[in-house]
Design a binder for this molecule. Structure first.
Ligand SMILES: C[S@@+](CC[C@H](N)C(=O)[O-])C[C@H]1O[C@@H](n2cnc3c(N)ncnc32)[C@H](O)[C@@H]1O
Length: 330
């Protein structure tokens, strides 16, 4: 091969940079760097002296975190940027450190290759099991702390789906998490009644948020596994499944949709809304995440949801702006 034909290792170098970035963030989280800077150990020398850390290591880590934009620096002094103040201080309600540390360690034992070799998944935790409830609570820290930020987007979603809040509207929000979508409906009309299904700890956290918004009297909780919990029959006008159906395969979703169908009244609607990317660079990363963290999950396109919903007995199945899918129980 002629020297000019040898490709530059640009992509390899970018990957190495990413690995160093992740290493820096992981070390900073483990050392509680942001917390210590906020408490006044705001120069490399002060930090190293107070904590007994290696001065050279402390300095290079601080500079790497500054380079990532997660610290400011003036002269010798470092200080927090808004993102680190809100999301990286354990005392803050929107702290994301627990979730980040978990994600940074997701392939910590090099299990992805072994998982592919042995056809054994998920790798080290399963997004659909109650054991990861703490992770969900941490992942949604911003929603619990600042629910208003998510309500306006949710209101637009209902508009696009042609669904309006009204007296007596009974809504089942399955795997509701912080439930911004259904909360937006409840806020629009005091006669809207929500039933939330998720793991108990998630529901209690969400309930506190609802209390802060003055709508807790409109909510009933149904704690448990969404694949097992009795949903009853003919009792809801609307069912919302947000960002959960990608954790399951076709068979699991059809079984779930049939139970939802049974729980809806005649003329009731189901909304299936998954934000998993299906195109572009992000799609492959989402697919890898679902491979690693679920037993059978993956991205499903509209044709796949159409077929699953039809098999479960729904009609008038439409997709809105390549986003949520709406269907009707005839
Ligand atoms: C990605 S979040 C979606 C939250 C919300 N629906 C949204 O769209 O923002 C997934 C939620 O599903 C819940 N979940 C996952 N598997 C579950 C299961 N088997 N039973 C009950 N809830 C489950 C999690 O606890 C989490 O709150």
């Amino acid at each position: 091969m002629e020297p000019q034909e040898i490709p530059q290792p640009e992509i390899i170098n970018q990957v190495i940079d990413q690995i160093y970035r992740l290493g820096a963030v992981r070390a900073a989280l483990e050392l509680q760097l942001w917390e210590k800077i906020a408490a006044g150990e705001d120069t490399s020398a002060k930090l190293a002296a107070a904590e007994g850390w290696d001065p050279a290591g402390t300095k290079v880590l601080l500079d790497a975190i500054y380079g990532l934009g997660l610290l400011k620096s003036v002269g010798e002094k470092y200080s927090l940027v808004p993102e680190s103040s809100y999301y990286l201080l354990p005392s803050q309600p929107a702290y994301q450190g627990f979730m980040l540390q978990n994600e940074l360690g997701w392939d910590g034992y090099g299990q992805l290759a072994e998982s592919i070799r042995s056809c054994k998944r998920p790798i080290h935790y399963d997004d659909t099991k109650g054991s990861v409830v703490g992770l969900w609570i941490s992942a949604y820290s911003a929603s619990w702390a600042y629910p208003e930020r998510f309500l306006a987007v949710s209101e637009k979603l209902w508009q696009s789906l042609g669904i309006t809040a009204r007296d007596g509207l009974r809504v089942l929000d399955l795997a509701c998490g912080p439930a911004p979508r259904s909360m937006a409906l409840a806020r629009q009309h005091p006669g809207v009644q929500l039933t939330w299904l998720d793991w108990e700890e998630v529901l209690h956290t969400a309930h506190k948020t609802a209390a802060g918004l003055g709508i807790s009297n409109q909510i009933t909780i149904l704690p448990g596994d969404l694949q097992e919990t009795d949903l009853g029959s003919d009792r809801f006008d609307l069912a919302y499944l947000g960002n959960v159906t990608h954790f399951f395969n076709r068979e699991e979703n059809i079984r779930l949709f049939r139970r939802v169908h049974n729980a809806l009244v005649k003329g009731g609607k189901i909304i299936v809304h998954s934000a998993v990317r299906r195109e572009g660079e992000g799609a492959a990363l989402d697919a890898l995440w679902l491979y690693a963290t679920t037993a059978h999950g993956g991205a499903h396109d509209f044709a796949a949801y159409h077929s699953m919903l039809e098999d479960a007995g729904f009609t008038q199945i439409i997709e809105i702006d390549k986003g949520p899918v709406r269907a009707l129980k005839p």
